[in-house]
Write a protein that binds this ligand. Structure first.
Ligand SMILES: [Zn+2]
Length: 344
């Protein structure tokens, strides 16, 4: 029996020495030290031994076990250390490589311009209101003095969803909704920024989806001179104190009289040059006195209340302010273009 145990010990230690992986070690552990292993088997046969021999063999068997277990542990440690080293070697970081640049985003140019316009009008006592982009025919047209069949509806080719629902063609319905809510109970002084949609072929100056900011001031004794004053302040603050404005008569169904506003050309200051096509002026926005019919439909008595309204395209404002030559730049989202306008 002693010889058998010695044999097993040598055999096991030999295998441990040759083992190369943790899995192999585990197999050896199970094979030699497990309950079904040869050492356990030797111990089972101890019943046949004499009383004197039993403790001697028992002690020897334990020593053999300990020796094998000890070697297994030592080998395990050395394999683990080797694997760790290999792993570290593989994952070495080359600290001399240049780092990847961290890019910082910023607001889109249109977002910045709209916020600038909002700040400017908030400073003059206007509040900012928003409304749905999917609008009813009533608020988009009828409430703004554009009944069904009105020829001026053709000026705004629309995306209809159903007979009565469409993508709003301007932000004016927000004004109609706000006035309609108050029903003549109080003055309204608001601007409404937002996206609008028209069936248009996209080119350098047209887009089927663009943004608008419209303004409305309804109160007792609101006059055309108030509109001129507000727009003059807007133009100077947005484009520079040296810029002049002029109002030209125009037509919109929801205002009467209607005007278009120009500002003096930045390049020639009114002399005439290629930028302003020789006129000295550049068209900026439209507006006018709210049509009595529009006031009436929203529950405001036109004999008591008057108001002015105006509307502008933030794309056009941004194009004029920064010399952007194509409206599509705002929507193709080339970061090389957008990045130029990020404020530090
Ligand atoms: Zn000019």
């Amino acid at each position: 029996m002693k010889e058998r145990l010695q044999e097993l010990k040598e055999e096991a230690l030999n295998k441990v020495e040759q083992a190369d992986t943790l899995n192999e070690l585990q197999d050896i552990r199970v094979a030699y030290l497990g309950k079904k292993g040869p050492i356990t088997e030797v111990l089972r046969g101890m019943g046949k031994l004499s009383k004197e021999e039993r403790p001697v063999i028992g002690e020897l068997a334990n020593k053999v076990r300990e020796a094998i277990a000890g070697e297994l542990d030592a080998k395990k440690e050395s394999i683990e250390a080797r694997e760790l080293e290999e792993k570290l070697e593989k994952e070495t970081i080359d600290v001399t490589l240049p780092g990847r640049p961290v890019t910082v985003g910023g607001p889109h140019l249109l977002t910045s311009i709209i916020e600038e316009i909002e700040d400017l009008f908030i400073g003059m006592g206007f509040e900012v209101r928003e409304g749905p982009e999917v609008e009813t025919d009533y608020y988009n047209f009828e409430a703004l003095n554009l009944p069904k069949g009105h020829p001026a509806r053709d000026m705004q080719d629309s995306f209809y969803i159903t007979e009565e629902l469409l993508m709003r063609t301007h932000t004016s319905p927000v004004q109609a909704r706000t006035m309609g809510k108050f029903q003549g109970s109080k003055p309204v002084k608001m601007i409404c920024p937002g996206k609008v949609y028209r069936r248009d072929t996209d080119d350098a100056t047209h887009s089927h989806q663009f943004t608008q900011v419209e303004g409305l001031y309804v109160d007792r004794n609101v006059r055309m001179s108030d509109l001129k004053g507000v727009l003059n302040r807007f133009a100077k603050q947005m484009f520079g104190e040296e810029r002049e404005i002029r109002l030209r008569p125009s037509f919109f169904p929801f205002t009467e009289p209607s005007v278009e506003m120009d500002i003096s050309c930045k390049v020639c200051h009114g002399e005439g040059c290629s930028v302003c096509k020789g006129t000295g002026w550049i068209e900026i926005l439209g507006g006018g006195m709210v049509h009595p019919r529009v006031l009436e439909m929203a529950g405001y008595d036109p004999k008591e209340y008057t108001g002015f309204a105006f509307g502008m395209g933030p794309e056009r404002i941004a194009m004029l302010k920064y010399g952007v030559d194509d409206i599509r730049h705002f929507y193709t989202n080339d970061v090389r273009f957008l990045k130029q306008y990020h404020k530090a």
